[in-house]
Design a protein around this ligand. Structure first.
Ligand code: VGL
Ligand code: ZN
Length: 213
């Protein structure tokens, strides 16, 4: 992959869910999740426009195993919109676990898009909730601002980054995932499946170093 030249007018960096609960010792720790922080901070300096997502669940959210008596985290449940992985309680609104990682240089962010706040619907994608219909509003924001290409980094590669990348591409944005700025949960082959889905959707998978960023 040759170096990518950033166009400040039409390129944006979207940093996905770099929150305490997805980092070591967090409630839904992604292995080595905190390693994305220095990479992401470097990327934040390189981009004129930085957007963040923040997983933001009310207590008792339906994606929590604790809301399903008899179910354990990482089991599946059938919800009205389809099969949903059940998670440990995480990123509860207003808690320290939902805060961005302390070292994340979030000050420059122009938009924080919160997702997963509807009690009955999970939201992996920054564009649509898991019913695949309820929009977050991000595509309208990006179009209104004139952004055409999105660079993604953050957590987790196989869930929120993957769904955001695939939806972004389907909505007509050019999407580049910077894999060294991401870490995966990797449940039952979910990382390999995510990479295949992103590739099929036309998402560019590269690294910040290969892209010269
Ligand atoms: C995520 C599982 C549950 C993510 C969020 O950010 O990838 N994964 N909530
Ligand atoms: Zn969540």
């Amino acid at each position: 992959m040759p170096a990518i030249k950033i166009d400040d007018a039409t390129d944006a960096l979207l940093v996905v869910d770099v929150q305490n609960d997805f980092c070591p010792e967090g409630a839904l720790a992604v292995p080595k999740g905190d390693e994305v922080v220095p990479v992401t901070n470097r990327l934040i300096q390189r981009f004129a426009h930085v957007l963040l997502t923040q997983d933001w669940h009310p207590p008792g959210h339906r994606s929590f195993a604790s809301a399903h008596p008899g179910k354990k985290p990482f089991e599946n449940a059938e919800l009205p919109y389809g099969t949903q992985v059940l998670w440990p309680d995480h990123c509860v609104q207003g808690t320290e676990g939902a805060d961005f990682h302390w070292d994340l240089e979030q000050g420059k962010a122009e938009l924080i898009i919160r997702k997963g706040f509807r009690p009955g619907i999970d939201s992996y994608s920054a564009f649509f909730e898991n019913d695949r219909r309820t929009p977050t509003g991000l595509s309208g924001y990006l179009r209104t601002r004139g952004f055409k290409r999105l660079f993604l980094a953050g957590l987790a590669t196989d869930f929120c980054v993957n769904y955001s990348a695939v939806d972004g591409a389907a909505l007509g944005f050019e999407v580049v995932v910077l894999e060294d700025g991401c870490r995966a949960i990797d449940l039952a082959g979910s990382l390999a499946a995510a990479k295949e889905a992103m590739t099929k959707a036309g998402v560019t998978l590269t690294t910040s170093t290969a892209a010269g960023l």
